[in-house]
Design a protein around this ligand. Structure first.
Ligand code: CA
Length: 228
């Protein structure tokens, strides 16, 4: 299982990484909210350990973004802020747990393992199309019942396409729902993600197709048995 550590104190990152690796976890460490966003887009993590005082933004803004896009990955907050207000704010925004600095690494490991043992966020539901299933909260994709590792961006695309079930999804909608309207993502970039998603699905033996509707967008359909 892979854990993302978002912490700008490099000594603490080294300490945490060692402790987490001893506990059998793989660790990616990043220092900023921007880098954390990039990592979350590229990889599925079992949990996130999140510092609040980060150089580019408040860690809570990352948590907020994750929960807005219904990313239910458990988040354990590390904070030097002992005020009750900050704790409430973090839990309000969907933090799974928090630890006040300074803390013993043993306690962090114990809390994290307890989070990892818990079932994925209960508010999710399962979308299905053909033999493809996507559990929306934990972002777990499976084909014919077998789990398939789909990176976060491709999973977002998959969710939008599955929800539309055979109907056209325009470039504009994909851009808005998957990439956020502000980011100015080109149609070519979307095509690249679609291409990767197609390949992942095909390699996994999915019986669905993502059709490109030139100049308009995409639609995803289940193969019809015996269709010509
Ligand atoms: Ca900090």
């Amino acid at each position: 299982m892979r854990v993302l550590v978002v912490e700008d104190n490099s000594e603490l990152v080294v300490l945490l990484t060692k402790a987490l690796e001893r506990a059998g976890l793989d660790v990616d460490g990043v220092r900023t909210v921007a880098d954390a966003e990039a990592s979350l887009r590229a990889m599925n993590y079992a949990a996130v350990v999140l510092d609040l005082g980060l150089p580019d933004a408040d860690g809570l803004s990352l948590l907020d973004q994750m929960r807005r896009r219904r990313d239910g990955t458990p988040v354990l907050i590390l904070t030097a802020r002992s005020g009750i207000e900050d704790r409430v704010k973090g839990l309000d925004k969907g933090a799974s747990d928090y630890l006040i600095k300074p803390f013993a690494t043993e306690e962090l490991i114990a809390r994290l393992q307890s989070l990892l043992r818990r079932a994925p966020a209960p508010e999710g539901h399962v979308l299905t199309l053909g033999n493809v299933a996507l559990e929306t909260a934990g972002r777990q994709t499976s084909v014919a019942g077998k789990p398939v590792a789909v990176p976060a961006r491709e999973a977002d695309l998959l969710e939008v396409l599955m929800k539309r079930n055979g109907r056209l999804v325009s470039h504009e909608v994909l851009r808005g729902q998957v990439f956020g309207a502000a980011q100015g993502v080109s149609s070519n970039a979307i095509e690249v993600y679609i291409h990767r998603l197609r390949r992942l699905l095909t390699d996994a033996g999915a019986n669905v197709q993502i059709h490109t509707i030139r100049g308009a967008g995409y639609l995803m359909k289940a193969d019809t048995a015996g269709a010509a």
